[in-house]
Ligand binder design. Structure first.
Ligand SMILES: O=C(O)CCC(=O)C(=O)O
Ligand SMILES: [Fe+2]
Length: 253
């Protein structure tokens, strides 16, 4: 067995952090990624970007990113990745997808949305683990979220602008834990930041400024098995691969 270089520095995810994640719907680890991991991820994400023009529909490099790059693939079963996913989801997990979220200068970002899984069974969790390799500012490719929104387990949240989210889905709703009116949180994070997010959280991304360098980002998603998953982007061939550390994790159930 080959020993993989560490991807994360030291961190704490105990009771307090877990409570914050469950209350807010996301949890930020500033600068968690090791320098070597940042370097390797930038190379891999730059490679994914370079092959996108030749994409075959249904198997796009940005959507099936780990299938196109050995380093990205190796992280699916990386012991630190799995340890983090299991701290949040518990022992029984499956890999769901690995998607490159690179945003070059001028990229328009993404409108407000949520994702689905386990609406019928709240014991089934689904998390996104975002690697913001070179970070972002709120007004420059910045991720934004609505703390507490994940607790509604609504997979249909959609809005084109902050104003429309406020006057639409958010209107009259309060945070189920704190009782406060829901509000939008625009994040700014330094390079190397990892963000965990429950999949039902309302989130969106502000446009990247025209003269900014590409925002290098990749997301790894894991879930408790039990239901089909709409975003499970794994090709049939890839599902059969033996990825060290990820044995049995690529299956649907
Ligand atoms: O690009 C981002 O920062 C977030 C993208 C997103 O919404 C997702 O991967 O679920
Ligand atoms: Fe999303």
């Amino acid at each position: 067995m080959t020993i993989q270089a560490p991807i994360f520095g030291p961190y704490t995810f105990g009771e307090t952090e877990r409570e914050a994640m469950d209350r807010d719907g996301h949890f930020v680890f500033p600068e968690l990624l090791m320098p070597l991991a940042r370097e390797r991820l930038t190379e891999s994400l730059d490679f994914i970007e370079s092959i996108r023009p030749n994409a075959v529909e249904g198997h796009e490099p940005n959507r099936f990113s780990a299938e196109f790059d050995a380093y990205l693939e190796s992280l699916i079963g990386h012991p630190q990745m799995l340890a983090l996913a299991r701290k949040v989801l518990g022992e029984e997990i499956r890999y769901d997808h690995c998607v490159a979220l690179n945003r070059p200068g001028g990229n328009q970002g993404t409108r407000w949305h949520s994702h689905g899984y386990g609406e019928e069974d709240p014991n089934l969790g689904f998390i996104r683990i975002f690697f913001y390799v070179n970070g972002f500012e709120a007004d420059d490719g910045g991720l934004k979220a609505v703390p507490g929104s994940h607790l509604f387990r609504d997979r249909e949240i959609r809005a084109p602008t902050d104003e429309e989210l406020k006057s639409g889905w958010m209107a009259g709703k309060t945070h189920p834990v704190t009782g406060e009116p829901l509000k939008i949180e625009g994040l700014s994070v330094p390079p190397g930041t990892v963000i965990l997010m429950w999949t039902h959280a309302a989130h969106g991304v502000n446009p990247r400024q025209d003269d900014s360098e590409t925002r290098w980002t990749v997301v790894y998603a894991y879930r408790n098995p039990g239901l089909p998953s709409r975003a499970r982007w794994i090709s049939e061939a890839f599902e059969k691969r033996a990825i060290p550390g990820a044995e049995g994790l690529l299956r649907l159930y």
